[in-house]
Design a protein around this ligand. Sequence first.
Ligand code: OOG
Ligand code: NI
Length: 470
Amino acid sequence: MTAQAFVPPDEIRARFSQAMSNLYRSEVPLYGELLALVAEVNRNVLADRPALAEQLALTGERERLDLERHGAIRVGTADELATLRRLFAVMGMQPVGYYDLSTAGVPVHSTAFRAVHEDALQRSPFRVFTSLLRLELIDDPALRERATALLARRRIFTPEALRLIETHERDGGLEADDAVRFVVEALETFRWHRQATVDAETYRQLNEQHRLVADVVAFKGPHINHLTPRTLDIDAVQRTMPTRGITPKAVIEGPPPRTCPILLRQTSFKALQEEVAFLGSDGEAQPGSHTARFGEIEQRGAALTPAGRALYDRLLASARTQLDDSDPERYLARLSEHFAEMPDDYEALRQRGLAYFRYFPTRRGLAARQDPGRPTDLDALLDAGHLTYEPLVYEDFLPVSAAGIFQSNLGEAARGDYSQGGNRSAFEAALGSPVQDELALYAASQRRSLRACADALGLAPEALSLEDGV
Ligand code: OOG
Ligand code: NI
């Protein structure tokens, strides 16, 4: 075979992300409203805070800000999940992290498909939170069997999408025409179908078992259930949503507001009631309704190291034992008190090894490259202004927050009681591959930036390395 001109997977992902956004905007007009609101808030923040605008320009985040979004889907079988893994691979997206939602009463476990290298993330940070229904957690054996049979019958990928996935696997990429076709065909899997695959009574039984079971089992495909833009000020969005006719959930998930944002803060608006058609006994469609699709906004901050993450988890857990969201103002105030132990200052986070950073050579550093008396270790180079740094943005999700987002849409009544706990190895067996460790990815990214700095300053490649795990 002759050399082929493959479309880079990052390019296919960028196109797919845009196509998905267009699809969702046409399906859920409120999402368009949310995009407009987020764009407006982001414009204001960038105008009011030139230092932040500069920081985001340096890291490239400003450029990717308007492209930035994540989506979420839920699938029903190992085969569906494994094929999704192959489909996302065409777009340079790999499974990162394992999320057990059973502890929150939701019968799924999940991963996030995303790009893993900073250059690829810069081109398109699109990610998809992907959940696999855990049918083994359905306690009624007859219903479990029924659900299994229904799922075994459905085909969520078009034949053409499957063919193009195989082409990609065989040839190592897709050429221009195939890449265009792939985006169109892959999108079909995520589209909403108002025609249910079951009658109203079966839907009722599935729904009674758990609302999520009905959402996954009773439809033709794993419709995208939300698409989330990234804002620079989630508190402002939360405050303004009602003026646009959007009602947010009571409180923002994740850490409290801070000068130096960490990890991820998220809020959502409730799922819409949508008209669907159940199968009628006489072949006629029977009208009904289903709630699944919602809107969400997120604000992203610094990725934390294992030590930083352990501190976050501890502070959040202790805050949550004393908090409920009936009084949002009080919730935020108390959460902030609990987080006093987490330094709200990048230099402190860096020195204490709590967050990951990206380092950059400065003009002064480059000018002093040949200077024999120049500093050569990291702290001295930072002190002398030869290097600077910015936090690495958190690219993943948070299990406690994800549970809060699930619950706000499904309602408290949908909380099941699943004592089995997570089962990562079963998830990976279904997926057909291990999930990647997100902390290792951040550490690698930080390491690459230190190497690039050493190179730019004429130092030995490992001259600036930090302790492992930091
Ligand atoms: C996924 C809910 C979790 C997030 O951003 O943490 C989520 C779902 O409802 O399928 O979207
Ligand atoms: Ni989400």
